[in-house]
Write a protein that binds this ligand. Structure first.
Ligand code: GLP
Length: 261
């Protein structure tokens, strides 16, 4: 894992945007894995700003896959992750709807929705770079504590804490769906590069548990320790609980330019 403690969430967004742009410049048809939630928002804003300013790469051949999706919302609901990511990023940078794929929450197809999503990911050649956030309880995508570390895309039930955390996006807490479709932890591990973004004091404990705690299903994000190319971008508040933060900073500062992230 490469853990990069930066000073501000602005610095995190700029470095994350640089990393995504550098991939797209080197591979026009790259496959991006996109997370929703507030953590990647400043990065998405930065990518959109650069695209509008004409300094970003072309996304005309890029395909994007979502990490997860709510089940039970009417199609086109503004809080569905497909609509959310289109509003926050893909529409803004020119990734058209036909190049954006998410798990299909249609109630009639739920039993094999996970398998179909795994097939779609495989047919696209897998994800080149997966953007990730982390839940306050250490969840990754919608893999709650207790999720199998080798799980595939499937239906999951949200914990009360995650429903409460996400209630801010809905008119009332009761409207937050109970069920979701989510890439499994094993699915996420198949992405070629994982880019986890965490900012703010509310993520400090989860980050410390995931990166320096034991590997285990009680902290799903600890599965990142198994991936050979994980980059974690943190602001000072999110890095505050890390015992070895000083060392990570030193490693990053001493990194040869040719290495990249
Ligand atoms: C949701 C999403 C996750 C996200 C998490 C944290 O549960 N499914 O992908 O990482 O929230 O969200 P936020 O970045 O808003 O704190």
């Amino acid at each position: 894992m490469e853990i990069v403690p930066l000073a501000t969430s602005r610095a995190v967004a700029e470095l994350a945007a640089d990393t995504i742009e550098s991939l797209v410049r080197s591979r026009a048809g790259s496959v991006l894995g996109l997370a929703t939630g507030s953590s990647p928002l400043p990065t998405y804003r930065e990518l959109s700003r650069r695209h509008a300013a004409g300094t970003g790469p072309s996304y005309a051949e890029v395909r994007a896959f979502l990490l997860d999706e709510y089940v039970g919302l009417p199609p086109g609901h503004p809080q569905s992750y497909r609509v959310t990511i289109a509003r926050q990023l893909t529409d803004r940078i020119g990734i058209t709807g036909d190049r954006l794929t998410g798990p299909d929450p249609d109630p009639d197809g739920l039993p094999d929705a996970g398998e179909r999503y795994e097939s779609a990911l495989a047919a696209a050649g897998g994800v080149d770079l997966q953007v990730l956030g982390i839940g306050a309880d250490g969840h990754l995508a919608f893999n709650e504590p207790g999720s199998s570390l080798s799980s595939h895309t499937r239906l999951k039930t949200l914990t009360d804490q995650t429903r409460a955390d996400n209630a801010r996006f809905f008119a009332s807490p009761a409207e937050v769906p109970r069920h979701v479709l989510t890439q499994g932890l094993g699915t996420i591990l198949r992405s070629r590069h994982l880019l986890l973004i965490a900012t703010g004091a509310g993520k400090a404990a989860a980050i410390a548990a995931a990166l320096e705690g034991p590997l285990g299903a009680s902290c799903p994000a600890s599965v990142l320790q198994l991936h050979r190319h994980t980059t974690v971008l943190l602001d000072a508040a999110a890095a505050a609980g890390l015992e070895r933060a000083g060392h990570y900073r030193e490693v990053y500062d001493a990194k040869p330019d040719w290495q990249g992230l």
